[in-house]
Write a protein that binds this ligand. Structure first.
Ligand code: PDD
Length: 277
């Protein structure tokens, strides 16, 4: 079943009503994480929670719980919800206060949802996906996993309107990442991906996949690459908590490589799945 947590209480998801003055609602003034749970084990939970701490610090938001306390709450939620394969959404905001922009004198709010996993099917992994190239219209601190996702939402919807799974974003002539994924191009056996700076989210899956690539002896270059480079790539792929390692087989009207997931993507995904266990 689905379960929610709001400011200290576990409740049925449908019964939680967020106060109108909650700053997540009023301003998107908060940060979040999405953690996938495989067979009862939250995958790379520590890494996600450390990133949450870093995001909170970057927006000057004091974490109301330690990483260890959050881990305990997540385990408790999964047990209460009786979920083995799940997605945990965790959000921390600057609390509940009458709407004034500057920081309120209020404790942060913590909300979580525990829901059954919505995994992509094996057919999707085997076929790969089409993506659309779109302008990256986001702010300059994309390394913060902030609630302000309006440009991401608009890009994802434009991509969907064009029959695409994802929008791959371009800023100042270079591919940054997807609207909710990191993006990669493969050329001559080398994997290229945008450096982990302020212009992309430092994906937890990205870090795991770079590790997996090193173990497989696949060279990775964290370098800027252009949309043209992507269009001419031998292979391309996306990574995220929910999409794992997902081949891009078409970018707008251009077929990538053979139009099927290539050998490097398949190797990385297989090894990544070993990590999941
Ligand atoms: N999205 N880039 C962006 C902009 C993202 O929103 C995400 C994750 C990623 C991949 O990060 P990770 O590997 O840590 O999941 C990259 C989550 C899944 C979401 O918003 O639903």
């Amino acid at each position: 079943m689905s379960l929610a947590f709001f400011n200290g209480e576990f409740l049925p998801t449908e019964s939680v009503v967020i106060p109108i003055d909650e700053r997540g609602h009023q301003f998107g003034d908060g940060v979040y994480e999405v953690i996938k749970v495989y067979d009862g084990k939250p995958f790379l939970m520590r890494e996600h929670l450390v990133r949450l701490e870093n995001s909170a610090k970057a927006i000057r938001l004091e974490m109301p719980y330690s990483v260890e306390q959050l881990e305990d709450l997540i385990h408790e939620g999964l047990t209460r919800a009786e979920l083995r394969d799940a997605q945990v959404y965790l959000q921390i905001t600057r609390g509940i206060a009458v709407r004034l922009h500057a920081f309120p004198d209020a404790p942060p709010s913590v909300s979580m949802t525990f829901r059954p996993s919505k995994s992509l099917t094996e057919e999707v992994f085997n076929a790969g996906v089409k993506v659309a190239l779109l302008d990256d219209e986001r702010w300059l601190n994309c390394y913060i996993k902030s609630l302000n996702l309006l440009p991401n939402v608009l890009a994802k919807q434009t991509a969907a309107d064009r029959g695409c799974f994802e929008a791959v974003l371009v800023r100042d002539g270079y591919v940054t990442e997807g609207s909710s994924t990191n993006a990669y191009a493969v050329k001559d056996g080398v994997v290229y991906t945008h450096p982990a700076n302020k212009r992309i989210l430092h994906g937890i899956t990205r870090a795991a996949v770079l590790q997996v690539a090193a173990e497989l002896g696949i060279e990775v270059r964290e370098e800027l690459y252009t949309p043209e480079f992507l269009l001419n790539a031998d292979e391309a792929f996306l990574t995220s908590t929910t999409a794992e390692v997902l081949a891009i087989t078409q970018v707008d009207d251009t077929v990538i490589g053979t139009g099927k997931p290539g050998p490097i993507v398949r190797k990385l995904h297989a090894k990544f799945r070993e990590l999941i266990g």
